[in-house]
Design a protein around this ligand. Structure first.
Ligand code: AMP
Ligand code: MG
Length: 509
């Protein structure tokens, strides 16, 4: 018996057989009304080389080998039936019409025996949804997606996964800062994996054109395949399903807040119906704790997708999904219940996580003030979020000097504010914070932008050792890992403060 390869997986076709698709295969960019997908073949790549591989994801799929050619879209195995999904979306608050998988191509769905997972290549060529773009992805953004989605998984944050990263041997032109200076970059393809890549925008696109028939087919397929405990055949059934979507969405965003992650582009086409973190583009991690921070230069004037606004944006996006589903309901007013439940879920999850981060025995009256005072003292001088919470998790007494490493300038530690907050917290926890819960809620290692950039700089010189090392380290983000401490448990180095790719990211990827 050979090793288990893509050809030995059990490929199935639920989505293609249960929802309406495009009559034409492949072809030029176009509008595809009435369809949920278009069949399309990945474009062959000249020289695929497997660079990164997730053992954990492979093992969930019962895969033992990574076949670079297939993972770059060269050829197919029996059962694969590649397609691009059609969806729309609100981008930065405005309805943008048809978007769709412009450079993602699903190879197919795999029945793992424990559930169905979709395998999708990102960067493998043009589709009817490519609009004016090339259907390609570059190495830099592929490394960011591979490392961050796997890191998020190990942090316990719901996310799409990455199975592999393959370089294509092609050069791709990109204008990183949109300043009219495009340059060639190495091309790459990530194979990503999720229950599905359905987004809020997958539903919106049909509702926006009043196509309730296609919307109905898509909702029925989604609920029966992915939410088997729910039913889509009555108003009440739909509301209960949407409450589940609300809860999953709220949970994921609460986790982002817990670990200091900023998605950067929370358009409704980037909101997973499963509540997974999806579409890793110009995301970033808080270094100095700044609620107004966004990594996305495209959003620098309005900061719609800033760190502290993510919970509220989740509600706005969810409301757009509700509007879409209202088309299928006799009494759409009951959708208010679902929106209320989003806020309830978000509050419940956030409180639980704050309690864990601070080692409290549950979130009680008055703890809201403890949290808001903390977030304000965190902003009084530049303070590293990850280091601060990690050091707080093992602090021996209420003394800010024990947190020194978290401050950019130790001369500037606001002693009075910290002394008073620490004293209040210490009293609240009776001098005995629940350290175990703190150590499991406050990661020691996250994928700071400058860390990803170091991995990218090396990989662009054909050296994948930094990316591999980070991949390994980020599998255990809550463990001490003393050998990694000096290098990676650190504040942002000065060189990264204003460097493109570290403090500034664009959507160009
Ligand atoms: P994003 O900002 O990555 O969520 O992408 C928004 C839309 O642009 C999606 O429909 C993408 O598929 C599409 N898109 C982004 N980059 C490319 C590309 N290089 N080629 C084709 N479509 C793209
Ligand atoms: Mg997207």
């Amino acid at each position: 018996m050979g090793q288990k390869s893509l050809g030995s997986l059990k490929w199935v076709r639920h989505f293609l057989s249960e929802t309406p698709g495009d009559q034409i295969s492949g072809g030029a960019p176009r509008q595809v009304p009435g369809a949920c997908w278009s069949r399309v073949e990945p474009e062959p790549m000249p020289n695929p080389v497997l660079r990164m591989w997730s053992e954990e994801m492979a093992s969930d799929l019962c895969l033992e080998v990574g076949e670079a050619g297939l993972l770059a879209g060269n050829g197919k195995v029996e059962g694969m039936d590649p397609y691009a999904q059609r969806y729309g979306g609100h981008q930065f608050g405005n309805w943008a019409g048809q978007l769709g998988d412009g450079r993602a191509i699903t190879l197919g769905e795999v029945d793992t025996g424990k559930g169905v997972l979709e395998l999708q290549l990102k960067g493998s060529g043009k589709t009817p949804y490519s609009r004016f773009a090339d259907g390609r992805a570059v190495l830099r953004s592929s490394i960011r997606e591979f490392l961050c989605s796997e890191a998020m998984h190990h942090l316990g944050v719901p996310t799409t996964r990455a199975l592999s990263l393959v370089t294509t041997g092609e050069e791709v032109m990109r204008d990183v800062m949109y300043d009219g200076r495009p340059a060639p970059e190495p091309g790459a393809i990530v194979c990503r994996v999720a229950e599905s890549f359905l987004r809020f925008g997958s539903f919106q696109i049909h509702a926006m054109s009043g196509d309730d028939k296609t919307l109905r087919a898509l909702v029925d397929n989604t609920v029966s395949q992915h939410f088997p405990d729910h039913s889509s055949d009555s108003d009440q059934g739909l509301v209960e399903w949407l409450k589940e979507v609300a809860d999953r969405t709220a949970l994921t965003i609460a986790h982002w807040m817990r670990v200091g992650f900023v998605h950067g582009v929370m358009n409704t086409d980037n909101m997973s119906i499963h509540g997974l973190t999806i579409d890793y583009g110009p995301y970033g991690w808080l270094e100095g704790f700044d609620p107004d921070w966004t990594p996305n230069t495209t959003d620098s004037s309005t900061r719609r997708y800033r760190y502290a606004h993510q919970g509220e944006v989740g509600a706005w996006n969810f409301a757009r999904l509700l509007e879409s589903i209202s088309l299928l309901m006799e009494e759409p007013r009951s959708l208010h219940e679902a929106l209320d439940s989003y806020y309830e879920s978000y509050t419940t999850h956030s409180r639980r996580m704050w309690a864990e981060k601070l080692g409290l025995d549950g979130f009680q009256e008055g703890d809201g003030e403890l949290v808001s005072e903390l977030t304000s003292v965190l902003q009084s001088t530049e303070t590293d979020m990850t280091i601060l919470f990690r050091m707080l998790s093992s602090i021996q007494g209420p003394d800010p000097n024990h947190l020194g490493r978290a401050f950019y300038d130790v001369e500037e530690i606001p002693q009075n504010e910290w002394n008073s907050w620490l004293a209040r917290w210490w009293e609240r926890v009776d001098g005995r914070p629940n350290r175990e819960s703190m150590l499991n809620a406050n990661p020691k290692y996250v994928l700071r932008n400058w860390m990803a950039q170091l991995a990218i700089d090396a990989a662009e010189k054909d050296d994948y050792s930094v990316a591999q090392a980070l991949h390994g380290m980020l599998k255990k983000p809550y463990e001490e890992q003393p050998k990694n401490e000096e290098e990676w448990f650190n504040r942002r180095p000065e060189w990264a403060r204003n460097r493109v790719g570290c403090s500034m990211l664009s959507c160009s990827s």
